[in-house]
Each structure stands twice: as C-alpha cells, then as structure tokens.
Design a protein around this ligand. Sequence first.
Ligand code: ZN
Length: 87
Amino acid sequence: MSLKNYMEEVVVEIFQEVRGMHTDFCNCEKCNRDVIAYALSKLKGRYAASLEGEVMARVEQSDRQVRADALLAVMEALETVSKNPRH
Ligand SMILES: [Zn+2]
C-alpha cells in the first residue's frame, strides 16, 4: 500500500514561488530541503490512499485555505532556516 501526502506537492510548489521573491535565500539543496521539511512538519499531512482519495486530495490541493496555510508554514520555514542554516 502506498500513501501519498499531497501537502508535499503543495509545499514544494509554494516554496518555489516564494523563493523567487527571496533571492538572498541560500539556494543549496540542504537549505531547500530543510525549508520543505520544516514547513511540512508544521502542517497536517493530507494523505491519499485510494483512487477516490487521490481525487479528493487533488481538489484539496487547490483549496485556498490549504494553500494559505502552506504559504504561512513556508514563510516561517524560510525565516527559520535562513537564520540558522545547517549547510
Ligand atoms: Zn544552504
């Protein structure tokens, strides 16, 4: 059985948008991964386990509130990681 966390896709997508606005943010792979991991740990996972679940998750992926929550988590993660880079 494979579970898929759709928040991961939302966070990655939003991170790419936000990073474009923060050109001073370190672009190394470690910092990028840290931001995504940190943001995901702040958010509730949204898992799809079936085809039906997958369709539901895709709908949720475009939900405004879901994206707003993800954006907040990504911004917080960017701030935290740029203050404390682990590279
Ligand atoms: Zn870095």
